[in-house]
Design a protein around this ligand. Structure first.
Ligand SMILES: Nc1ncnc2c1ncn2[C@@H]1O[C@H](COP(=O)(O)OP(=O)(O)OP(=O)(O)O)[C@@H](O)[C@H]1O
Ligand SMILES: [Mg+2]
Length: 286
């Protein structure tokens, strides 16, 4: 697994698509230019629930301002992986995390204030988590909890977040009505707007399209393509083609292991190290 943590040993796709360099110096410069900094680094991560091991020996790096896809069948450990990143283990008595999660190079366990950490790492769950609040208050909640009281400042955050989630035009005339009265797809975008109200550095989405129609799914996919210019996105998806469409790099999880991580184009073009990755991508199991 350790070999997967070294970007130079991943699929090799970056180099495969780069013209041959003429000198070692040029090769080094080119390699530096194609290797972005890492927003999150995972080292020897293992997750247990009581005696049961849900994930073990994961090593990978998540580059800045890219979409990092995670695919894999049910129970492979994808959600557990996200939960370790934003320290949900603190809220689950039976969840034990070993190894390290480095966020901007700093171990997440060294953050004294877990809420401050979570404001930097937003999460969107499979089903929209509708709060019994108006559309406006749904998005204003986190800024208010952060102590922002100025009405025009909150107005500005609400409008900007709803615009970034591609929902503003549909709701701007009825910001005072209940968020739960919106359609499923609109509610999922409201959830995204709520995550964006905190200006996160990382946005993690866990199978966001599970209860969303295909047209809304495509709209949200467009939103994510825009957002990746401003933040790092971790996209857990049960739709392998969604990873193919969106992710710069993709990891394949199976039975609690990260089988493979590499450049998405390479993986989807058969440049895999492990046959199981190719089988899963091509629907031969799972
Ligand atoms: N709180 C928990 N207590 C005990 N076991 C758990 C808990 N959460 C998850 N598990 C177990 O850990 C394993 C991995 O679960 P996880 O939710 O991470 O998988 P997943 O890849 O997200 O699956 P899915 O695609 O169905 O969402 C599963 O066997 C699951 O039953
Ligand atoms: Mg899951």
């Amino acid at each position: 697994m350790n070999s997967h943590s070294d970007p130079h040993t991943d699929s090799g796709a970056t180099r495969a698509t780069t013209p041959a360099a003429t000198s070692p110096k040029e090769r080094l410069e080119r390699s530096a230019a194609t290797q972005p900094a890492h927003k999150i680094s995972i080292r020897d991560l293992s997750i247990r629930y009581g005696p049961f091991t849900a994930l073990s020996g994961v090593n990978l790096d998540i580059p800045v301002n890219q979409i990092f896809g995670i695919i894999g069948p049910a129970n492979s450990g994808k959600t557990s992986f996200l939960n370790a990143i934003n320290r949900m283990d603190m809220m689950r008595a039976n969840m034990n995390v070993q190894g390290s999660v480095l966020f901007n190079g700093v171990d997440v366990t060294s953050w004294g204030n877990v809420y401050a950490l979570r404001s930097k790492i937003g999460v969107v769950f499979p089903l929209p988590v509708g709060l019994p609040l108006s559309i406006y208050d749904n998005v204003a909640l986190s800024p208010r909890l952060r102590g922002i009281n100025n009405k025009s400042q909150i107005d500005e955050i609400v409008e900007r977040s709803l615009k970034r989630a591609a929902l503003w035009d549909e709701v701007k005339e009825r910001l005072g009505s209940l968020g739960s009265l919106l359609s499923g797809g609109q509610q999922q975008r409201l959830t995204i707007a709520r995550a964006l109200s905190q200006d996160p550095e990382v946005l993690m989405l866990d199978e966001f399209s599970i209860a969303v129609d295909p047209v809304t799914t495509m709209r949200i996919e467009d939103v994510l393509k825009e957002l990746k210019n401003q933040m790092t996105i971790i996209l857990v998806t049960n739709l392998v083609q969604q990873a193919n469409r969106l992710a710069d790099r993709t990891a394949f999880f199976l039975n609690g292991s990260c089988v493979e991580v590499g450049d998405t184009d390479a993986l989807f073009n058969g440049k895999v190290r492990d046959q199981r990755t190719d089988d899963y991508i091509n629907g031969r199991f799972g």
